[in-house]
Design a protein around this ligand. Structure first.
Ligand code: NI
Length: 141
């Protein structure tokens, strides 16, 4: 295996998050938690590198789930949508349950701005999940 020597790290995680991760590893047939974490980190890096390499006009969808109880997160999200007003085409908000909201943001514009809003949304406290899909505008989403 290429990639250098292995290093051990200690990570603190909420127990319910770890439980969900372990459940998925079990369903997918992973033999060890370490292997699952390595794959998850590789996916995380690949996702970041992919969006960093996209240039020019794009149309895209950002899907996010956030904790409605986290103070200020809804307002911060709306502030961002106003800040990127030329980029955001429309949004869809769904109250998933007592605690969680799903928001779908349709965006169209330069890839660097799409990258910026995605990073800003990801950094908001209370945002649990962010997924960005983009395509050149001529090919749809
Ligand atoms: Ni809601």
């Amino acid at each position: 295996m290429v990639g250098g020597q292995l290093e051990r790290i200690g990570v603190s995680l909420p127990s319910n998050l770890l439980q969900k991760f372990d459940d998925i590893l079990s369903k997918r047939g992973y033999s060890s938690r370490s292997e699952g974490i390595r794959d998850a980190i590789r996916d995380y890096i690949a996702d970041y590198e992919w969006i960093s390499e996209v240039h020019g006009d794009r149309i895209g969808i950002i899907t996010l789930i956030y904790d409605h109880n986290q103070r200020g997160v809804g307002d911060s999200l709306m502030d961002l949508e106003h800040e990127f007003v030329g980029l955001v085409v429309t949004t869809l908000h769904v109250h998933l349950d007592k605690n969680n909201c799903l928001e779908v943001i349709l965006i169209k514009g330069d890839a660097s701005h799409i990258r910026d809003i995605r990073e800003r949304i990801t950094a908001l406290k209370g945002v649990k999940h962010v997924k960005l899909t983009t395509a050149p505008p001529g090919e749809g989403v």
